[in-house]
Design a protein around this ligand. Structure first.
Ligand code: RI2
Length: 292
């Protein structure tokens, strides 16, 4: 029987009260620490796995804990140990990405971003700490307007921010030096899955000859994509787009889209700046347990 806490956390993730791959993974790993035995842990993991389909950072973490905890005798101690260990790996990866990515932010740069990504925000915060002067164009990101979270956070760091509606991307792309986005999933082919609208931004960047960079932890690599499965793309409630559409109008609401590797100039990871072609080998080298 699932406890109220796990049901509340699952509902918070589904309705996006808790959102963003890093936050979701961390919240999930934290809540499973409440399991009292293996059976409860298995039930909790099954519920969390069903919350949002495009979340390999969470799925990898839950699988990592489930696999390792099995082999230990003191259940509680071992559960805390493995959950904390995954969260530490994720935190360390984020810190490395901030340090490495900040080097790609040059003085006076104009950068466009989409949605809210912890990785991108950390890179820009680090570059600002290094006294770099740059400006960020933030796309609104319909329908949930996560661009506002980014705009507010960056402005709080003292970064110059311009906030634009999604359809104004093309208007400003020629003024940009760099497009930098996060990712929810990295695939075996070197493609990335990120907030819907990202692939359009990549196409615009290519056309305008602006570098298109991604910042993502290798822990977001989804091993199912190496076994022939496509990364699932979440389709959310149409009411987020139009609550009462007229009769006969079907509203579609995909949360993410896939950006092809050929449109990606570089991916900032905890192992350095990589070409999309090296994602699979580097992810398996860094985290061999992802192969299981
Ligand atoms: P962190 C978001 O999805 C965006 O797609 C964004 O790029 C990604 O999660 C960021 O993940 P949503 O949860 O960089 O707002 O925070 O649908 O790990």
């Amino acid at each position: 029987m699932a406890s109220k806490t796990i049901l509340r956390v699952c509902s918070d993730i589904r309705c996006m009260k808790v959102r963003g791959a890093t936050n979701i993974a961390c919240t999930a790993l934290q809540v499973i620490k409440g399991a009292r035995n293996k059976k409860e842990l298995t039930e909790m993991i099954a519920l969390l796995m069903k919350t949002r389909p495009t979340e390999p950072l969470m799925r990898n973490g839950l699988r990592y804990v489930a696999y390792n905890v099995q082999q230990n005798f003191d259940f509680k101690k071992s559960l805390n140990f493995w959950a904390d260990r995954y969260m530490t790996m994720s935190k360390f990866a984020l810190e490395r990405i901030a340090e490495i990515g900040a080097k790609r932010i040059v003085n006076k740069a104009r950068i466009m971003t989409h949605c809210h990504a912890t990785t991108v925000a950390s890179i820009l915060a680090k570059a600002k700490e290094q006294y770099k002067d740059f400006e960020v164009y933030v796309c609104e990101t319909r329908p949930r307007l996560q661009g506002r979270i980014t705009a507010k956070e960056l402005a709080g760091y003292g970064i110059k921010v311009s906030y634009i509606i999604d359809s104004a991307k093309q208007t400003y792309i020629n003024d940009m030096d760099l497009v930098l986005v996060g990712a929810d999933a990295l695939t075996a082919e070197g493609n990335i899955i990120n907030k819907v609208g990202t692939s359009e931004l990549a196409i615009l960047a290519r056309e305008a000859d602006v570098d298109f960079g991604v910042a993502a932890e290798l822990l977001k690599f989804d091993p199912i994509t190496a076994r022939g499965h496509p990364e699932p793309i979440e389709e959310r409630d149409p009411g987020e787009v139009w609550d009462k559409p007229p009769k006969g109008v079907k509203v579609r609401n995909p949360a993410f889209d896939l950006t092809k590797r050929d449109l990606i100039d570089f991916i900032v990871t905890e192992e350095g700046v990589l070409s999309p072609h090296n994602i699979l080998s580097t992810a398996y080298e860094k985290y061999p347990w992802l192969r299981r």
